[in-house]
Design a protein around this ligand. Structure first.
Ligand code: KG4
Ligand code: ZN
Length: 345
């Protein structure tokens, strides 16, 4: 089976084709960062309008580059949620309609299932079960991944997501949106220990996170500090260390509690070098290994949606002709392929 996938849940327009035998045949991502940068964050209406403009030409270009025609596509997967509802509706409507026109099944894919399965796009994928730390602009979760569709959420952020905290703190420090990677770069030249911020919720049992207080702590320190050439870098360093310490400590706790031997790190913040190094060292002390999808599969992409959709389509799962899109869609509602309530005969 060859599956075409579309992803439009936030500010990336993405298209991919996945084949049962050959795996990922190709994928394209267009990021709208420039469109939103002047506003300091994603503007949902602008995101939707841009997806409308770009999606069909990108699908045509992707098929063209792979020398495929619609006759070569046996199913369509589209991201149905969670995400910005207007943006999701563009991909869902286009994906569902193409499947109808081509006479093939369509399946609604959960965006986070895509992230959790992304390491399976790599040559030597980790075997199930594994522990996943999902750290993106919209989500921060520790998930026990027992198989496709079998996800136990161990903990999640009660307020800001890790990427959101990086971006908001970067903005406080005067860095342009999205500031996560720029803050990380600035932190390289910051001095360790000049600022020591709280490690939120480490004193409490369990695996939940909370990052909004950390961002506020940086803001208070910034207001109280005497301006200097090193100030922004030192604050960035202090913030990044608090964030990384917290993510590493909770991941360690979850590895110990589950006894899993593989830790998968997914989502855009997974690109953070300090986080990667610290997680790898921590896992090694427990006799576990870390697995990182390459950066293009960590950040939003359609390759992960194609892989997840393929798993479900080969199990004869498909969505009805109505277009399904959900801004909120709890991961706990997912079931293994073929066992979802959206399945039709
Ligand atoms: O997974 P992703 O591409 O999009 C979402 O689904 O949210 O994640 C984007 C997030 C942004 O908040 C961005 O600032 C952050 O990942 N990010 C980083 C780094 N690279 C990207 N945060 C910290 N350090 C980085 N190197
Ligand atoms: Zn994402």
């Amino acid at each position: 089976m060859r599956v075409l996938a579309v992803e439009t849940s936030c500010d990336e327009t993405a298209v991919a084709v996945y084949d049962s035998h050959a795996g990922l045949l190709g994928h394209q991502v267009y990021t709208q960062t420039d469109l939103h940068e002047v506003w300091g964050g994603v503007v949902p209406e602008l995101a939707s309008r841009d997806h409308v403009q770009r999606l069909l030409p990108m699908i045509k270009a992707t098929l063209g580059e792979l020398a495929l025609t619609p006759k070569d596509i046996h199913g369509v997967a589209y991201t149905a949620g969670p995400g910005l509802i207007g943006a999701l509706l563009v991909g869902a409507t286009v994906g569902r309609s193409l499947a109808y026109a081509w006479g093939v099944p369509a399946v609604a894919v959960h965006h986070l299932e895509g992230h959790l399965l992304a390491p399976r796009l790599e040559a030597n994928p980790p075997a199930f079960p594994y522990l996943a730390l999902l750290v993106s602009g919209g989500h921060t979760m520790l998930v026990d991944v027992q198989g496709v569709g079998c996800y136990q959420i161990l903990g999640e952020s009660l307020d800001d997501a890790a990427g959101e905290a990086f971006d908001k703190t970067a903005k406080l420090l005067g860095l342009p949106y999205p500031g996560g990677a720029k803050l990380a770069l600035l932190a390289e030249s910051g001095r360790p220990g000049v600022f020591r911020f709280p490690r939120p919720m480490l004193d409490r049992p369990g695996f939940d996170f909370s990052f909004s207080g950390l961002k506020t702590a940086v803001w208070l320190a910034l207001k109280a500090a005497t301006p200097s050439a090193d100030l922004a870098a030192d604050l960035a360093r202090g913030f990044e260390e608090a964030m990384v310490d917290t993510l590493v400590a909770k991941s360690e706790r979850a590895l110990k509690a589950t006894g899993r031997s593989t830790l998968v790190v997914a989502g855009g913040v997974g690109a953070n070098r300090r986080l990667r190094n610290r997680l790898t060292t921590m896992a090694a002390t427990l006799g576990a290994v870390t697995a990182y999808p390459r950066t293009e599969f960590c950040t939003d992409n359609a390759a992960m949606i194609a892989l997840a959709g393929h798993e479900r389509l080969v199990a004869k799962e498909q969505t009805s002709l109505g277009v399904m899109a959900r801004a909120r869609w709890p991961l706990s509602e997912l079931r293994p392929p073929g066992q979802m309530s959206v399945q039709i005969a």
